[in-house]
Design a protein around this ligand. Structure first.
Ligand code: NDP
Length: 292
């Protein structure tokens, strides 16, 4: 019988811990502050940005949302980044990606003060993570690692197969789990669209982490009996039987794969809630760092 790894439950317990840290900061006159910069009107981005603001309010954090028009120039955005770098009420901020095509994302990320880079995308933070001395870990991979640790999955010595090599999920999760030390020490294989015999490699995984963006791609024959499966994918598919006419599914064929696993994350209710939670945790940490 498989076990469900529930991202809502795990994130709730992390939020409880954060509330204590936020109360302690507030008693010292510091309210952790997060700013989110949104350029343009991408509907998915608007939803994420609203969720981040709402969560800050719930936790008693200071939250600022800066919405800039879609025709904002690169230099205007860089000026806004500079302002936030020197705003003492803002301990962490992020620029919601993707950005309009006229703006160089790398230039913008490079302009963020690494001590306020709560998304963990600045090359300095990526490098620190790689050498095992992280400041801010990127939220989704950090959420995946916390889900494994907090649901009692022993990662040490296990063969982890990561499907996907993006800079925001696949590569960082691989880099994090291969580190020396607690909550890591895994043997890691990364597979991607150029990998040959993908299903043979996924079948070797004790822990299979999937971040492809391909609805229900991972089928039961690609998974080892007793594996732990973490599904990062979020894909909207047509579903005439639902009110909205569509629903969210992961990259794993959950209904057929679950019985083979020792534990598996659902979509929705798996990695999704962990991502915002880790962003909040990074912001609280940024506020704590401001005291040092
Ligand atoms: P990207 O599109 O940036 O990367 C997808 C990766 O999957 C690439 O490395 C690609 O390989 C690989 N891939 C795609 N198709 C195949 C295939 N047929 N066989 C093998 N590998 C394949 O996506 P992200 O990493 O940004 O996101 C992945 C998924 O996770 C998406 O569904 C996204 O919505 C979701 N996500 C969810 C989050 C959450 O909070 N729950 C947060 C972030 C992402 P190649 O490099 O060769 O092209």
């Amino acid at each position: 019988m498989f076990r469900l790894i529930n991202g809502n439950e795990i994130s709730s317990s992390i939020y409880e811990e954060l509330k204590g840290r936020i109360a302690s900061l507030r008693s010292k006159g510091i309210t952790p502050g997060l700013a989110v910069v949104l350029v343009g009107e991408d509907p998915a981005s608007q939803v994420y940005v609203r969720m981040k603001g709402k969560k800050c309010e719930e936790l008693g954090m200071h939250s600022v949302t800066i919405v800039l028009p879609a025709d904002t120039t690169e230099s205007e955005l860089l000026k806004k980044v500079d302002e936030l770098n020197s705003d003492s009420k803002i301990h962490g901020f992020l620029v919601q990606l993707p950005l309009p095509k006229n703006i160089d994302e790398d230039k913008v990320i490079n302009a963020i003060d690494p001590r306020k880079d709560v998304d963990g995308f600045h090359p300095s933070n990526v490098g620190s993570m790689l050498i095992g001395k992280p400041l801010f870990l990127p939220a989704t991979p950090a959420g995946v690692q916390q889900m494994l640790i907090r649901s009692g999955v022993d990662i040490s010595g296990k063969h982890v197969v990561v499907v996907g090599r993006s800079n925001i999920v696949g590569k960082p999760i691989a880099a994090m789990l291969v580190q020396k030390g607690a909550g890591a020490d895994a043997t890691v294989t990364v597979v991607h669209s150029r990998t040959k015999n993908l299903g043979e490699l996924t079948k070797l995984a004790d822990i299979l982490i999937v971040a492809m963006g391909k609805a229900r791609f991972i089928t039961a024959d690609m998974v080892k009996d007793g594996a732990v499966v973490i599904d990062v994918g979020t894909n909207r598919i047509d579903d005439p039987s639902s009110e909205k006419g569509s629903r969210l599914v992961g990259d794993v064929d959950f209904d057929n794969v679950k019985e083979k696993t020792a534990a598996i994350t659902p979509v929705p209710g798996g990695v999704g809630p962990m991502t915002i939670c880790m962003l909040m945790a990074n912001t609280v940490m940024a506020a704590e760092l401001s005291l040092l």
